[in-house]
Design a protein around this ligand. Structure first.
Ligand SMILES: [Zn+2]
Length: 255
């Protein structure tokens, strides 16, 4: 049985008690981190977990609320004298600057106690390993920045097949329709952001899709904070066959 532990559920602004996007997936003795918003290493320690045992880190995109905890995570692994290789999968444009950033914080491959293997979603849109099959699909989340930047900018949603079920992590979206290719089959769990579109739009969209057994709303826009009960009630009205919860740090779900 797999387990999802929410390490951070905040969106792109600081919240007093909530960490930024980071989720630990444990299945078959493997540990996978999906996004590494800070303070993911502290959150792991709060659960008596440490990055010495992680198998892989999957990054959906480069925004700091999804990557800001990575140097501290790797520094911790180095201090713990981790020896096991670590696989880091991310958008292609992120790899080179991220390695430079890690080197600048003395947590990069040149000083690490363990090998780091960097993989681009673009090169392996279907990533298999660690008992998982991961399908990465581009989203429109960064389109607004593409007009300003000469760099190619990519964000991905992830569908992870593990132990006979499918889990979908939306990452950040341009809109719910970005999940079209991920929601072609029933899924056990959808972890979906709610910072970039209206809840009604999401719930009506999901109602037209194959069944989603559980929906975890996360990365909530500021206007939805303290309205969690209202959000769940609206979801239940439009998605009566889906069990909906709002993510909070420390939430554990068996899948
Ligand atoms: Zn983002």
């Amino acid at each position: 049985m797999a387990e999802l532990l929410v390490l951070g559920s905040a969106a792109g602004y600081p919240c007093p008690r909530t960490g930024h996007a980071s989720y630990l997936l444990t299945a078959g003795g493997r540990q996978i981190l999906v996004d590494a918003g800070e303070p993911c290493s502290r959150r792991l320690a709060e659960h008596n977990l440490y990055p010495s045992t992680l198998d892989a880190v999957f990054l959906t995109h480069g925004h700091a609320d999804h990557t800001g905890g990575l140097p501290m995570l790797l520094q911790t692994a180095i201090i713990l004298e981790r020896a096991k290789p670590l696989t880091l999968v991310m958008p292609e444009e992120l790899i080179q600057p991220l390695v430079q950033w890690l080197e600048a914080t003395y947590a990069g491959p040149s000083v690490s106690t363990f090998p780091m293997r960097f993989v681009a979603w673009e090169q392996q849109p279907v990533f298999e390993g660690f008992g998982l099959r991961v399908m990465a699909e581009p989203t429109r989340h960064l389109e607004y920045l593409r007009k300003k930047s000469a760099l190619p900018l990519h964000a991905f949603s992830l569908r992870i097949a593990v132990e006979g079920v499918d889990l979908v992590f939306s990452g950040d979206l341009g809109g719910p329709e970005d999940l079209d290719n991920q929601l072609t089959v029933p899924v056990e769990l959808l972890v979906c952001e709610l910072a970039h579109f209206e809840p009604k739009h999401l719930f009506e969209y999901l109602a037209r899709k194959p069944r989603i057994r559980r929906l975890v709303l996360t990365h909530l826009a500021a206007r939805f904070l303290d309205r969690e009960g209202e959000l769940v009630a609206r979801a239940q009205h439009l998605l009566p066959r889906t069990l909906t919860v709002v993510a909070e740090d420390g939430l554990r779900l068996r899948v």
